[in-house]
Design a protein around this ligand. Sequence first.
Ligand SMILES: [Zn+2]
Length: 349
Amino acid sequence: MRIRGLGRLKRTTRRVRNQFAPGGLVLLYHRVAEVSSDPFNLCVTPRHFAEHLEVLKKHTHPVPLQQLVKTSQEGNSPNWSVAITFDDGYADNLYNAKPLLEKYEIPATVFVATGNLEHEREFWWDELDRLLLQPGKLPQILRLNINGSNYEWDLGEAAEYSEDTYQRNCTWSWGDPEEADPSPRQSLYRELYLLLRPLPLDECQKLLEQLRIWSGADSTNRSTHRSLSPEEVSTLEQGSLVEVGAHTINHPFLSSLSLPQQKYELQQSKTCLEEILEHPVNTFAYPYGDYVSETTTLAREVGFVCACSTYPKKVRRNPDYFEFPRFGVEDWDGEEFAKQLSRWLYHLA
Ligand SMILES: [Zn+2]
């Protein structure tokens, strides 16, 4: 028997159900570590990370990123599914995050910027922290020529930076409003970060070298801030709970590069990881979440199945696989993390 209007009712019910279905989430982490100065809130402490995993285990369905992609591709909304991702490839992903992921049997994808794999050097934003925000004395005046323009900064009394002042200011983070900069050192960090970020890596490294000389700091890199080595990238994947994805070679601001340069960064980081891991590398994340629409085409062309952005949105059926949304996670305790998770799952479109 055919009941008139039933088809329409079913369609409406499906539409309403989809509208209120929780959908899935991709979480963006960087580091599981305890450091005293963390201007970009990149670190989640091991204790808090364990609490996050406990919440995820209890209330969601943790899945590998590629499974989330597959579920959406099959036309299903990945309800309650949550995929964990890490950006950059810090060594603590292996030593601090992986044992906890294993304890809770929760999968994750680590996006590695391959340019640091063979180097002891810190990422440039960490080196800026080491040179400018640590206790000690700096020259009062800094003069730099950046991209053809001359800049001068006066640190005033903040040229002297005692352990006490450092301890008072070390919780400062980039996200604070500008008027909250506790000293000219944080303002200098903020301005230099924005000036250096769009530069090619060799330009950025030249300026860092000038800053090293100016500051009188030695060039010893902090072991707490190092990246994975090629051997550690392989070790990270052992046990098949962690998958490695690409994150370019030099971690550039992709929109500041020509398309051939962008393609090189995407392709070469993929190839480099595939040589280390001896299997195809299928996933990618845009450094800084920065890209232009042509970059998404390039990501598809070089053979990735998805590319993650930093656009905070839920995953429903048939999302844009080359602008895959992610929610950034901060160093919240389990209770705060659970609140955020429920806000993301229930209250956002
Ligand atoms: Zn990154």
